[in-house]
Design a protein. Structure first.
Lengths: 139, 296
């Protein structure tokens, strides 16, 4: 009963729909699971959530504000092409949804409406010109 | 039972539940002892005739012992055997908080369930912060149905899958082949989640239909003696007085379970089951008293 709740609540926070109430609910459910589960697996299942809450609470709170510091939660980030772009066309070829436009030797541009945040352009770029941005900071 | 077992089971221990000193036999569980003493502990997955598995977690109580140097733990009362000197609290703040947490989770899983709604209301839980599982049924996976099926019937249903995908049913999500349509699972289900329907076309459960051979009375042979009424375990067979003073038995097809007890009781062989042959009835163990008036 507890794990689906935790997974659903964390998913909501990851999608940027989280509220401060969700954080409280996560704490409550984790405590209930730790106190009341039948076996040790259930009692310890909430531990990863509890320990991340203890050490990275400010990251949880940032997610509530719509920022993902690690650049992982797809709903909270976007990919941008920076000045360093040489116009090599590599990312245009690699993009699975043809979201990148541009021509040779001209700085490329990502259409945010089409982008699925898969990150292929970032991993393929030879010049580290693709950056992950989340409101309030880049990485 | 051997003599030593008799001696062991007759041995009494003294324990305290909610400040009351109680005597209990060794081997008994805290929940039974508390219930006997009139101490209410909520539970959904306990049945006195079935082995407890502590699935619903609602009967948590705080257990401690003078020798445990202040340590106390939350234990399910249905699975905790009594021991000499135990001190048990069924309504301590810690227990109540744990029960509230469990009820919050249960209420989020079964928002429509009346029994859980009532319990949640009793513990002061309103629609909480938790996500309501949309499209979820009322099953709390307490395992009462599988236990009753395993113990008293054919083990036709079991828990399938693990974790959040866990459900009750048969493998492959098909109607259970071994089900005999006894309906015990529907009777024990605390949330009434197992749909079972009985009508004149049969008994419907687990997407299967079990044709029930319904007893009917041949008016011309009925003596109006009332033996069928005495014997009917479901109080369906009745003798009625007709307008002309004649007494005739009737059997309501809607409620007849087709057990055949009345057939064995009838002295004139007036009751038959059109859908079942005599051989079938004999195989089902119906005690037939065949009289000269009845034909085979």
């Amino acid at each position: 009963l507890g794990l689906p709740q935790l997974s659903g609540l964390l998913g909501r926070i990851g999608q940027g729909q989280g509220t401060a109430q969700d954080l409280q609910a996560i704490e409550e459910v984790s405590q209930t699971m730790t106190a009341c589960s039948l076996c040790g697996l259930g009692k310890s299942a909430a531990n990863p959530v509890l320990s991340t809450l203890r050490y990275f609470r400010e990251e949880y709170e940032e997610h509530l504000q719509g920022r993902c510091r690690a650049g992982v939660c797809k709903a909270l980030i976007r990919y941008e092409i920076m000045e360093a772009c040489t116009g090599c066309l590599l990312c245009i070829k690699a993009c699975p949804v043809q979201a990148i436009s541009g021509s040779k030797n001209v700085c490329h541009r990502i259409d945010q409406a089409l982008c699925t945040r898969c990150g292929i352009c970032r991993s393929i770029c030879q010049y580290e010109a693709v950056s992950v941005q989340s409101p309030g900071g880049e990485r | 039972m051997t003599d030593s077992m008799v001696k062991a089971s007759a041995k009494k221990v003294t324990l305290r539940i909610d400040q009351r000193t109680l005597q209990a036999e060794t081997g008994a569980y805290v929940l039974e002892v508390a219930k006997k003493a009139g101490i209410e502990i909520p539970t959904l997955c306990h049945h006195p005739d079935l082995e407890s598995i502590g699935a619903c977690r609602l009967c948590l109580v705080e257990v401690t012992h003078p020798q445990w140097r202040g340590w106390s733990g939350l234990m399910t009362a249905c699975l905790y055997p009594v021991a000499e000197g135990l001190e048990i609290f069924t309504r301590s703040p810690r227990v109540l908080e744990a029960r509230r947490g469990i009820l919050r989770l249960l209420a989020a899983r079964c928002p429509q369930s009346k029994i859980i709604g009532d319990l949640a209301g009793e513990y002061g839980i309103t629609r909480g912060r938790l996500l309501v599982e949309h499209g979820a049924d009322e099953c709390i996976l307490c395992g009462l149905c599988t236990r009753v099926c395993e113990t008293y019937a054919t083990y036709a249903i079991a828990t399938c899958s693990r974790g959040s995908a866990k459900r009750i049913g048969s493998l492959g999500n098909t109607p259970p082949q071994d089900c005999v349509g006894c309906g015990a699972c529907a009777a024990v289900c605390p949330t009434g989640n197992i749909a079972a329907r009985f009508n004149s076309s049969g008994y419907h459960i687990w997407q299967r239909t079990f044709e029930t051979p319904i007893c009917t009375i041949r008016r011309e042979r009925c003596l109006g003696c009332g033996r069928c009424e005495e014997r009917c375990p479901f109080a369906v067979a009745r003798v009625v007085l007709k307008v002309n003073g004649e007494k005739v038995a009737t059997i309501d097809a809607e409620h007849c379970r087709g057990c055949g007890a009345c057939i064995g009781a009838c002295p004139s062989g007036a009751i038959i089951q059109p859908r079942a042959s005599w051989i079938e009835l004999l195989q089902r163990g119906v005690g037939l008293s065949i009289h000269q008036g009845g034909t085979l």
